[in-house]
Design a protein around this ligand. Structure first.
Ligand code: GLY
Length: 372
């Protein structure tokens, strides 16, 4: 880790600097002046981030006051080929050349979309990430995964390409509601579970409404994510640790959006996935019963139960089979050996996944005693 400008520090994620701390936006101003003064800047945000965060960004980074602004609708639907088309056309109409810099100001949807548009426009222009959501700060904006959705499958088209920098300014979180914050907290809990037992305890004990208390934990989570990416940028090995809770979680998220009610946020689905996958870790004799119970209690106290129907199992398994993380028709999970230690590439059968879903359903219906 390198000390950056006063009040910021920088960690590397596969050669891409992640600047953390109160002076992160001052560091972006310095970078813009030093490296990108004479190029055109395009800021991509959604209607919320452009209203609530753009004035603060431009206040701290005067070099971006003349930037060209591009807006998309908030929400996952913007991660589409049609929206990419509109953005590519817009850049071309503005005669953006290969030196132009695209600045993504938003949560995971905006950074995923901007990363993909920047990777493909004129065979690649630089992208800078300025995450505004907790999920973005600790996960989506770091590590270079970008992409859009196709035919209901998330992130099925995309690349891994590092941003030229990621600037994490925690005060943007002031604009978020509790549900949005909890969306990111799920990833912070995951970072503790797979990599750092002390961080798990700290996140469990944190007063989440207190941004001052939350800030060092956000920065620690961003640091854990960056360090894992740094070891394995292409997601061939260690980065798979970050998949804990996601193999089942992604499918539950996708399934929830197929129903007429509003679906689950990513972190809410990952919370369900973490309970199921912690249970699989215990059933596979990797994880102690006490650790499973601790994880279950923490998640149950923080996240509303999600209603799972037994008739959904088949569809959830089908969605898992489509997921890019699985190969050879077998499910490869990241499970836990202990709180603070994940294990990648554990093979799990469809029947075991179904049993884990049953476990979650009964746990939410009857409580922990009947769940075993
Ligand atoms: N969100 C998981 C990863 O970046 O690998």
């Amino acid at each position: 880790m390198a000390a950056g400008r006063k009040g910021s520090r920088t960690v590397q994620a596969a050669g891409s600097p992640v600047v953390l701390g109160p002076a992160a936006l001052a560091a972006l101003q310095a970078w813009t002046i030093a490296e990108a003064r004479h190029v055109r800047h395009f800021i991509l945000g959604d209607e919320n981030t452009l209203r609530h965060c753009l004035p603060e960004l431009q206040g701290h980074v005067p070099a971006l006051r003349e930037a060209h602004i591009m807006a998309v609708a908030p929400g996952e639907r913007s991660k589409s080929v049609d929206v990419c088309h509109a953005l590519w056309s817009h850049l071309a109409a503005e005669a953006a050349d290969r030196q132009a810099v695209l600045i993504a100001l938003g949560g995971g949807v905006v950074t995923d979309l901007a990363g993909f548009v920047a990777a493909t426009y004129k065979r690649g222009i630089p992208v800078v990430n300025v995450p505004t959501s907790l999920l973005g700060m600790v996960d989506a904006a770091i590590g270079g995964k970008n992409g859009i959705d196709l035919d209901g499958i998330k992130n099925v088209v995309g690349t891994i390409r590092q941003p030229v920098g990621t600037y994490v300014h925690v005060p943007f979180l002031r604009t978020l509601g509790k549900r949005e914050l909890m969306n990111g907290v799920a990833e912070m809990l995951k970072h503790g579970l797979v990599n750092d037992a002390k961080h798990w305890k700290a996140v469990c004990a944190a007063a989440l409404h207190d941004l001052k208390a939350l800030e060092p934990l956000v920065l620690r989570s961003a640091e854990i994510k960056a360090a894992i990416v740094d070891e394995d940028p292409q997601d061939a090995d260690k980065r798979r640790l970050l998949n804990f809770g996601h193999t089942i979680g992604h499918a539950i998220e996708a399934r929830s959006w197929e129903s007429p009610q509003r679906g689950l946020l990513h972190g809410e689905a990952v919370a369900v996935g973490m309970v199921c996958e912690a249970w699989l870790s215990w059933r596979s004799e990797l994880l102690a019963r006490e650790a499973l119970d601790e994880i279950t209690v923490v998640v149950r106290e923080r996240y509303r139960p999600h209603h799972l129907d037994p008739v959904d199992h088949h569809r959830i398994l089908q969605l898992m089979a489509n997921d890019k993380k699985n190969a050879d028709d077998r499910f490869r999970f990241t499970l836990l050996e202990a709180i603070g230690r994940g294990r990648i590439n554990v093979e799990v059968t469809a029947a075991q996944v179904s049993a884990a879903l049953d476990h979650y359903r009964l746990l939410m219906r009857d409580g922990p005693k009947e769940a075993v």
